[in-house]
Design a binder for this molecule. Structure first.
Ligand code: KG4
Ligand code: ZN
Length: 370
């Protein structure tokens, strides 16, 4: 006979999340109970205008901007949630990977609040935030196959649960978002380039310019975008008319979507072995998941291989603090709490063993990158 107990699964966790790893100062309050998540507030103070003149994120400017706005953003998140600080159960702050000056600002704010309010602190891996982001508004149980594609990362992961990720593949050079941003820059588009390139590509002919198809048909689930970046830049400098620029943008977008889908299909074959159709779940997350052509290519891959498709709402694809709060809530539920001595980490792979075993980037003093 089994006894019914009120496990931590039934408890309500109201968590403040803080995110400062790149160019968004964000704070959010979420409430987790069982499988249900409610986003009570999600405030994002974007620094895009401050970095746009430089064509990319300037770390020093980012860190100072986070210092300027962190207190106001946290206060705004609490006001929008309609809660007093005493009604929180914990504080979750991004502790890496990212621009370490910015990470330190948010993590320090989280530590101060944890100490002052006597609340548990959860130091969250930003990538784990992206990994759970589809669970903010949809019922996506573990385990699932994840394509995490953002400005800094491009990885295929088997997500078995919080803190349990197995890397199936990663980029051997640039991330997909980085390729979007850099190619957009050569096309004279404003930062951040991904959304601008998607807009320019509307109505363009993706087959007008021949572009490299890196790794297509090759074994494994790794990615490579640097060849595409160089080829597109070479063509871009020869173009001044809009129809041609539109066609190149469409070609680049299609090439990135094609590679993401092709590598994902390989991961599906590997991951899906022995799984029943109901257990074949696929999630795409990260800024590039906001791209409609990319989404369509991945949805087609899911249909072909019998996987269900989930992606966060557009506002939770790019950086936000709601996903950090949810990762923190899931951590707290498992008793995974951090001490005030936890350090900000510029590098922090989700699958540390794979990153050390097969380092894609040269190992440095700071450790494996992804
Ligand atoms: O997840 P995210 O906000 O930050 C990182 O953790 O990197 O992702 C930002 C990246 C940028 O490279 C941006 O250009 C790209 O996501 N991105 C897009 C789109 N929206 C954002 N790329 C292509 N199409 C989009 N609609
Ligand atoms: Zn991100």
């Amino acid at each position: 006979m089994s006894l019914t107990t009120h496990s931590s699964q039934d408890r309500v966790f109201t968590i403040l999340g803080i995110e400062t790893s790149c160019d968004e100062t964000a704070a959010a309050v979420i409430r987790l109970c069982g499988d249900k998540t409610e986003v009570l507030s999600s405030i994002i103070d974007s620094q895009i205008a401050r970095h746009a003149p430089f064509g990319g994120v300037v770390p020093e400017i980012a860190a100072r901007a986070h210092v300027d706005s962190i207190d106001g953003v946290i206060a705004a998140a609490m006001t929008a949630a309609g809660l007093r600080y005493s009604e929180l159960d914990g504080i979750a702050a991004t502790a890496g990977p990212g621009l370490v000056g910015g990470v330190m600002v948010g993590l320090s704010a989280g530590k101060a609040m944890s100490l002052g309010l006597n609340l548990p602190l959860m130091a969250v891996n930003h990538l784990e935030g992206h990994a759970v982001s589809a669970r903010l508004e949809a019922d996506v149980p573990y385990p699932f196959l994840l394509l995490l594609t953002s400005g800094g990362h491009c990885q295929l992961l088997e997500v078995r649960g919080i803190g349990q990720c197995l890397r199936l593949g990663t980029t051997i050079d640039d991330a997909a978002g980085e390729a979007f941003d850099k190619i957009a820059k050569t096309l004279g588009l404003a930062y951040p380039g991904g959304p601008a390139l998607e807009q320019l590509a509307v109505g363009g002919d993706p087959d007008r310019y021949p572009l490299p198809r890196a790794l297509l048909g090759r074994d494994g689930c790794d990615f490579s975008f640097s060849g595409l970046k160089t080829a597109a830049a070479r063509i871009a400098i020869t173009l001044s008319e809009d129809p041609q620029r539109r066609d190149l943008a469409a070609g680049v977008q299609a090439a990135i979507a094609r590679q993401l889908a092709e590598r994902t299909e390989r991961a599906m074959l590997q991951y899906g072995q022995g799984l029943t159709s109901g257990d074949k779940r696929f999630v795409v997350a990260g800024g590039v998941a906001a791209n409609r052509v990319v989404r369509a290519a991945l949805q087609a891959a899911c249909a072909k291989h019998g996987f269900s498709f989930a992606a966060p709402a557009l506002r939770y694809c790019t950086d936000n603090a709601a996903m950090i709060a949810l990762a923190g809530a899931e951590r707290l539920r498992l008793g995974l709490i951090d001490g005030l001595d936890v350090a900000a980490r510029p590098r922090w792979p989700l699958d540390a063993a794979a990153a050390l075993d097969q380092p894609i980037h040269k190992l440095s003093r700071k450790g494996a990158k992804a």
